[in-house]
Design a protein around this ligand. Structure first.
Ligand code: PLP
Length: 364
């Protein structure tokens, strides 16, 4: 759906559609990749990935006391998501996902034949977590709950209290469900503190994350899956048959993401995206008079266009004027009437994109 809209963009269009950082991968990673290519063998690694890389990943979640056997390096977090849902869920199983939420959650679950249920993140409350609705949706039969923070598409971060509420509701449901926690945007936040992981409150959590967004490495395809040993053992069988191993060059280069230089690059990147966020929000609110969500992480804002009619029509009008936005009903019916606008573009392009969106609104 997102690709379909983006593919229809006219030449010269400004994309506020895709969630892909427009900035280059930091030098510290690129230098390391070049060195690896020139100096090291680039054959297969262990199927689960380089032990040194898995050690670093495990150390990022000290509260879980993970061994390297509890971490699998995957070809992006998308593979991790696919593996874990196929490992934990069987046809007919009940799985609870956020509404709105990242499209592949429901698509992969449909492929499996799972019974998808959704917990509402109410639009009227800027897509905040609503524990009452969550409690209504979870049952003793729920096998897996998917949680995401910071969220795609809303940019919202779950607070400590919300994570505690979610963890307590799952624990009280009698389901013994796993929580699959999508943490791919965890390093990209605009709050004083890094968002917390639900795994700090609910031990039966499987973590999905990777380097695509935090290190601007989307094309390098490095993600990971971490959690209970038995689950990882089963997921590893699938991973082995699907990809053998993630790219060894990317894995070696990815080790540099745990250096001080990489930490400084992440800090700088957060600053850039923070400024872009503020610039975009101010334009949408002050120039176009639109209501939009203040994202606390990731690089998306949800813009309320419900007063202008069907959001697909608004997105189509934008395409005509040369700006790509995403009709957010694609993420779930809760975000009907919204556009998801990403700020993976510099301030000048954001200004021009919003100007074009303003032109489009005048045609409606
Ligand atoms: C919420 C979410 N999870 C997972 C992914 C997959 O990212 P990757 O496979 O590049 O790690 C994305 C990519 O846009 C995403 O937005």
């Amino acid at each position: 759906m997102i690709r379909k809209i983006s593919d229809r963009a006219k030449p010269g269009s400004i994309s506020l559609g895709l969630g892909e950082p427009d900035l280059r991968t930091p030098d510290v990673i690129v230098r390391e990749a070049v060195r690896v290519l020139q100096e090291e063998k680039s054959g297969y690694t262990l199927q689960a990935g380089l032990p040194s890389l898995r050690e670093r990943i495990a150390a990022d979640y000290p509260h879980l006391k993970l061994t390297t056997d509890q971490v699998i390096v995957t070809a992006g977090s998308q593979e991790a998501l696919y593996l874990i849902l196929h490992t934990l869920v069987e046809s007919g199983d009940e799985v609870l996902i956020p509404n709105p939420g990242f499209i592949p959650y429901s698509t992969i679950l449909k492929m499996i034949g799972a019974k998808v249920k959704r917990y509402r993140l109410p639009a009227a409350n800027d897509f905040s977590f609503n524990v009452d609705d969550f409690k209504k949706q979870i049952t003793a039969r729920t096998k897996v709950v998917i949680s995401i923070s910071p969220s795609n598409p809303t940019g919202r971060v779950l607070t400590r209290a919300e994570l505690e509420q979610m963890a307590a509701a799952v624990a009280a449901s009698g389901s013994n469900a796993f929580i699959v926690s999508d943490e791919i945007y965890r390093e990209l936040y605009y709050l004083a503190q890094r968002p917390l992981s639900i795994s700090e409150f609910y031990p039966r959590t499987i973590i999905i994350s990777g380097l695509s967004k935090s290190m601007r490495m989307t094309g390098w395809r490095i993600g990971w899956l971490a959690g209970e040993t038995e689950v990882m053992r089963a997921a590893l069988v699938l991973h082995g048959y699907v990809t053998t191993c993630a790219s060894s060059i990317s894995q070696h280069a990815g080790l540099a993401a745990w250096t001080d230089e990489a930490a400084a690059a992440r800090e700088e990147y957060r600053g850039i995206f923070h400024r872009r966020r503020d610039h975009l929000l101010s334009l949408l609110r002050n120039e176009l008079g639109l209501r939009c969500v203040t994202p606390e992480g990731a690089f998306y804002t949800m813009v309320d266009v419900s007063a202008l009619g069907d959001e697909m029509k608004v997105a189509e009008a934008g395409l005509e004027q040369g700006v790509v936005t995403i009709p957010a009903a694609a993420f779930g019916d809760e975000s009907r009437g919204f556009l998801r606008i990403s700020f993976c573009a510099d301030e000048q392009r954001l200004s021009e994109g919003v100007r074009r969106l303003g032109q489009a609104l005048k045609t409606l």
